[in-house]
Ligand binder design. Structure first.
Ligand code: HEC
Length: 135
């Protein structure tokens, strides 16, 4: 068991247990793992860069996206009206809803990504986005 600490399903199960039953987003964020989020972010790399000053791809550069206005991450990117009309800023709850289902959050968005159904995976990606913004 100890060998699994820090990676793989053993760690995941322990983190979920620590978050308690029916964990809230806050509870999940307390056990979130930015390194696991970085691995999941591999699915986003097809369309997004995340390094400071990197170019947009099919989607906007995501460096330091947490705390920025929705549809405000990249000055150069042509966002859809669907995303622009949502308003507000990217914080933990809005990012969690977006990553659950982009189409439900902003119907008509061009982000053709089904979403991450696993709440812990979403929390991990949010932890990664937060950490990346500080670097
Ligand atoms: C198939 C390409 C694609 C994939 C895969 C993808 N995205 Fe996107 N993403 C987009 C596009 C296109 C937009 C702009 C949407 C719009 O303008 O409606 C976007 C927008 C965003 C935004 C809003 C940025 C801002 O400036 O407000 C965030 C945050 C985001 N994506 C995160 C992610 C994350 C995290 C993943 C992986 C879990 C991901 N995306 C996967 C294409 C993609």
């Amino acid at each position: 068991m100890l060998l699994l600490a820090g990676c793989g399903d053993g760690d995941r199960a322990a983190r979920l247990k620590a978050a308690g039953p029916n964990p809230s987003l806050d509870a999940l964020m307390r056990v979130a793992d930015a390194d696991a989020g970085a691995r999941t972010f591999g699915q986003c790399l097809a369309c997004h860069t995340i390094g400071k000053g990197e170019l947009d791809r099919a989607g906007p550069n995501l460096h330091g996206i947490m705390g920025k206005p929705v549809a405000g991450g990249s000055d150069r990117f042509g966002y859809t009206g669907a995303l622009k009309t949502v308003g507000g800023v990217w914080n933990r709850p809005t990012m969690d809803r977006w990553l659950t289902s982009p189409q439900r959050f902003a119907p008509g968005t061009r982000m053709t990504f089904a979403g991450l159904s696993d709440p812990l995976a979403r929390a991990d990606v949010i932890a990664y986005l937060e950490r990346e913004g500080r670097e």
